[in-house]
Design a protein around this ligand. Structure first.
Ligand SMILES: *Cc1c(COP(=O)(O)O)cnc(C)c1O
Length: 431
């Protein structure tokens, strides 16, 4: 694979951008590689500056669910641009997008738009603290909720420990209000709620997507919901990935959960910067200007992002009868074939999947939680990643990420991926 131009851009970028990237995972560091530079994207493909093309399973981390540069979406965005790029004032389209969201998510009686998923989770936490008058936040080891100070925390070791910041620059005084529990282990949450009565909220990715895909086990989400209700703790569902992806109404539709606050992002902006958080009216109305919890944004409800979002949610809503079953069928076919070839070549490989997203883990054992995911063979993943890239298939440059289908995927892309995986699995155990 020729990378001459990408390498030149990479050198140039490193001189004026820290690490050459505007978001760390793009640096390909965890697979010990350097990034390719995208020239353009269309449908299921990325095209780089050296003339390579890749089937794109990253799909802007799931944001471009219609596929890249979808013609009708681009048309809607061009119309929006003709009307101006930002108003800093009210416009009718923000009501339309809010309606689409609250209609799809019955737990959300009203919703506020932000400019990123990080702002949505950050604001949801502040709101929960303001509403309950408490400071503690429970999160799960391996769940990522954006780069919010209070949420950049995972456990050192042991359960129910005070949080230790994952990042320099997060004051220990702040991190100590973050408690870390284990996904799929309700008992670990109970231990925390049993020892502190200062808990404002529990925030969870109902389907873990940022440690690779890890599904909630039977009863986990329901149990979490009951525990929160019992203790007067707000339940925040971070559906920034799963919202409008695993089902039109997100993971909460599948598992029948009624969270107090839900965070959305990625898909709802059609590839433009956006986020949203919403929930019960009596909670949301604590936000300024009605209430005492401050939250704002110059570009919040940006008319271009909003009109892109309206287009995408409209398409997903009217096409949901075909789109989601289509994702499920593609997922099943790809999983079955990849597991089969991995098995033939003796590669330890497991796939966790749900409609529209999956992760292939290099592991002999089932991956049901953080520890099992962390124990995967990252060296094998690196070889797999590089091999697939050379075959023209772009998976995430880290073992701990999800892969995403878009509406632009067809059987042709699935067939090509299966064929490439056959070759790559055949070589990765050799040195
Ligand atoms: C991507 C992501 C976020 C953060 O969204 P940004 O738009 O990157 O700030 C929050 N939560 C989850 C689950 C995510 O995957």
């Amino acid at each position: 694979m020729i990378k001459t131009r990408s390498d030149e851009y990479c050198d140039e970028a490193r001189r004026c951008i820290p690490g050459g990237v505007n978001s760390p995972v793009r640096a390909f560091q965890s697979v010990h590689d350097s990034p390719f530079y995208v020239k353009r994207a269309k449908g299921a493909y990325l095209y780089d500056v050296d003339g390579n093309s890749f089937i794109d399973f990253v799909s802007s981390w799931g944001a471009v669910i219609l596929g890249h540069a979808d013609d009708a979406l681009i048309g809607a965005v061009k119309d929006a641009l003709d009307d101006g790029t930002s108003y800093g004032a009210c416009h009718p389209y923000e009501i339309e997008l809010a309606r689409l969201i609250v209609d799809a998510f019955p737990s959300m009686e009203c919703v506020r738009l932000t400019t990123s998923g990080t702002e949505a989770t950050m604001s949801a936490i502040r709101l929960a603290r303001g509403y309950t008058g408490k400071s503690g936040v429970i999160k799960f080891r391996g769940c990522y909720h954006g780069h919010v100070d209070s949420l950049l925390v995972k456990a050192g070791s042991g359960l129910a420990t005070f949080g230790i910041p994952d990042s320099a620059g997060v004051p220990a005084d702040l991190a100590k209000h973050t408690y870390v529990a284990d996904f799929n282990r309700l008992e670990s949450v109970r231990q925390i709620t049993g020892s502190s009565d200062d808990i404002a909220c529990v925030i969870v990715e109902p389907i873990m997507g940022n440690m690779g895909v890890i599904l909630p086990e039977d009863g986990f989400l329901k149990g979490l919901e009951s525990l929160c209700r019992e203790r007067g703790i707000l339940l925040i569902f971070d559906e920034v990935i799963s919202g409008f992806r695993v089902a039109f109404g997100g993971a909460q539709q599948i598992w029948g959960i009624d969270p107090d606050i839900t965070c959305l992002g990625k898909i709802i902006g059609g590839g433009f910067p956006i986020g949203a958080f919403g929930g019960k009216r009596h909670i949301m109305e604590r936000l300024a200007p009605l209430g005492d919890v401050y939250q704002a944004g110059t570009l919040s409800g940006n008319p271009v992002a909003v009109r892109a979002g309206i287009h995408v949610l409209g398409r997903l809503g009217s096409g949901r009868g075909e789109i989601y079953p289509g994702f499920a069928r593609m997922g099943e076919r790809l999983s079955a074939a990849m597991l089969e070839t991995a098995g033939q070549h003796g590669v330890p490989y497991r796939i966790n999947a749900i409609t529209g997203m999956f992760t292939g883990f290099f592991s002999r054992d089932a991956v049901t939680g953080y520890d099992a995911a962390a124990a995967c063979d990252r060296g094998l993943y690196e070889k797999f990643f590089k091999g697939m890239l050379a075959e023209g298939v772009f998976f995430a440059p880290s073992q701990f990420e999800a892969s995403f289908f878009t509406c632009a995927f067809s059987t042709a892309e699935i067939d090509r991926t299966i064929e490439a995986a056959g070759k790559v699995f055949g070589t990765i155990l050799k040195r």
